[in-house]
Design a protein around this ligand. Structure first.
Ligand code: SF4
Length: 575
């Protein structure tokens, strides 16, 4: 049925436990959120000994289901103060699942300042002293550990920002080619890992597809159908597969929803300079890759490998990062975007939050909008732990308080992704109401608001946005539990064969008779659990809101405001 690897850092013991029966049909986000709910006191200090870092492969991870190796990381967030699940691609989810490990729970805190590495293999788990890795960036740590334990291992690690308990530090893991930049970036879970003094987890197996499947033939048949659904969909089989997620740059800009100059405008004249099309052109010309798979078995390969002028490689540059470090700062220099992205990856920071924070600092006059070199200079202060570096590592809300700026694009303390809620109102509903804070992946209404996938809901009007966000948040919570990359949602929304194929794979793997209704119930249950954790942590309905400026300030070029009121927002979880 699978094991839980429990690592107690107070007494420094790592042991494998049998998976409790009640967790047997949970995975990914459903499992991390349930374990956090069951084991973490909601009122605890997120960086204290009572919080836990929970890492879980999805239900389908470790199988040949396409794009199913997302790794969920959960805990109480030091950024939002609520429950958090962030997930990432890379190879470690498939490897953990291949070892039969359903979850890793890191708890307690050592009484000394020593650092440790957790090594897990088919032979068991060990805690290994790792003071030699302390203070090192994620690129160096990953290189050292790949040399030490072999090129095929999976490595989960944090950078100096996580060690320094910065509230926007992420947890990263390596991709197919050993690059260390597949981030569960949001909500500061890297700081939770740092608070446990665990610098890295090495998953020592060459296997990617070793998870047990009960009915192999049925599984293969369903996986074939699902693969075909992804290949023939225009977004998953063509747009994403040709230009990656940054194909969105020109699209979101054209529609007037691209947050520019710290969310003061929805259009950036030079957006094409940091678009997916430009990225592909430059990357290929320099010997990089316009498309790349972050894990074995991905058929959408939305990732990329971008060689920088200094000879280093940034992999990947995603839309959210290109936007946060590009138009949001009025920066049209793709090499500067890559440089900022690289620094974030190495020091271990969430790129979305970092972009929001730099935008706030620019609004405050700490550095000028459009000055990419100045942005690089201040970002380098994070690793040096200067006061300004620590402010940047603490996020946009902190920066707003320190510098007296109220124009801070954040919800529940978390910086906002690259779709303004006044011009993509479905996403605004998700930002306001998600238990995760401002998170585009929690209910990606860009689908129907902008890309016309799964129907069309006018992004500038309030009608239909609550229902859209509700349905997407439920579906997303379920998809995040399977380990499938969220981009499969496009096929699920538009192709009637896709969801039955996912359900058939789950049924074949676990010997179930699951229906579409059961999948909906799973998503609803995950959201209820997360909402209840947040309620016990002190959140109220008032926290399901956006900053005032989104309601008060018109957003050019459409000159719209966010006009979905608290009463309507309260209907999101009416299920
Ligand atoms: S679509 Fe992109 S993010 Fe998703 S699994 Fe494939 S490469 Fe990774």
């Amino acid at each position: 049925m699978g094991k839980i690897l429990r690592v107690n850092m107070s007494d420094r013991v790592a042991r494998l436990e049998e998976l409790p029966e009640k967790y047997s049909l949970l995975g990914g986000r459903a499992l991390t959120s349930q374990i956090v709910f069951d084991e973490v006191p909601p009122d605890c200090n997120p960086l204290g000994p009572f919080n836990k870092l929970v890492i879980a492969p999805g239900l389908l991870s470790g199988t040949t289901a396409p794009s199913s190796g997302r790794l969920s990381v959960g805990g109480k967030s030091p950024l939002t103060g609520g429950i958090k699940e962030a997930n990432a691609g890379g190879v470690t989810s498939q490897k953990l699942a291949s070892l039969g490990i359903k979850a890793v729970i890191i708890e307690g805190r050592p009484s000394t300042d020593d650092w440790y590495l957790v090594k897990v293999s088919a032979a068991g788990a060990d805690l290994i002293p790792a003071n030699d890795l302390a203070g090192k960036g994620t690129y160096e740590v990953t290189t050292v550990l790949l040399e030490r334990y072999g090129k095929e291992v999976g490595i989960i690690t944090i950078g100096p920002a996580g060690e320094m308990l910065m509230a926007t530090a992420g947890v990263t893991n390596n991709d197919n080619d050993g690059n260390s930049s597949r981030y569960a970036g949001r909500g500061g879970l890297g700081a939770v890992m740092g608070s446990k003094h665990v610098k890295a987890i090495v998953v020592d197996t060459v296997e990617h597809f070793g998870a047990r499947v009960k009915d192999v033939e049925q599984f293969r048949a369903a996986a074939r159908i699902f693969t075909e659904c992804l290949r023939k969909h225009p977004i998953t089989g063509n747009g994403l597969a040709a230009y990656g997620t940054d194909i969105l740059m020109n699209i979101v800009n054209e529609i007037g929803a691209l947050p520019t100059r710290n969310f003061h405008s929805g259009h950036f004249d030079q957006a094409r300079e940091v678009s997916g099309e430009k990225l592909a052109e430059v990357a290929v010309a320099r010997g990089g890759k316009a498309t790349h798979s972050c894990m074995p078995g991905c058929v959408m390969h939305c990732s990329n490998i971008y060689p920088m002028p200094d000879g280093k490689v940034c992999a990947p540059i995603e839309y959210e990062t290109a936007w946060a470090l590009g138009p949001n700062l009025e920066n049209a220099n793709l090499d500067i975007v890559a440089k900022l992205n690289y620094i974030c990856n190495d020091v271990g920071l969430d790129t979305i939050e970092t972009g929001c924070t730099l935008g706030v600092l620019m609004d405050a006059g700490v550095l000028p909008f459009g000055d990419g070199e100045a942005a690089v200079k201040v970002l380098e202060e994070v690793g040096k732990a200067t006061p300004l570096g620590r402010i940047i590592g603490s996020g946009s809300v902190c920066a707003g308080k320190v510098f007296g700026i109220t124009h801070v694009p954040a919800a529940k303390g978390q910086g906002m992704p690259g779709y303004d809620p006044r011009a993509c109102k479905g996403n605004g509903v998700t930002y306001a109401t998600s238990p995760m804070g401002a998170d585009h992946t929690a209910g990606y209404a860009v689908t129907a608001n902008i890309l016309r996938s799964g129907g069309y809901v006018d992004p500038l009007k309030s009608d239909g946005q609550v229902e859209l966000s509700r349905n997407l948040q439920i579906a997303t919570a379920a998809i995040d539990s399977t380990g499938l990359c969220l981009f499969v949602a496009f096929a699920v929304l538009d192709d009637p064969e896709a969801l039955p194929a996912i359900i058939a794979m789950l049924n074949a793997q676990y010997g179930l008779q699951m229906t579409a209704e059961d999948v909906t119930k799973l998503g609803q249950q995950v959201l209820r659990t997360e909402r209840e954790f947040n309620r016990l942590a002190g959140f109220t309905g008032a926290d399901d809101s956006l900053p005032e400026f989104f309601v008060l300030e018109e957003f050019p070029p459409h000159n719209t405001r966010f006009d979905i009121d608290a009463k309507e927002l309260s209907q999101v979880f009416n299920f």
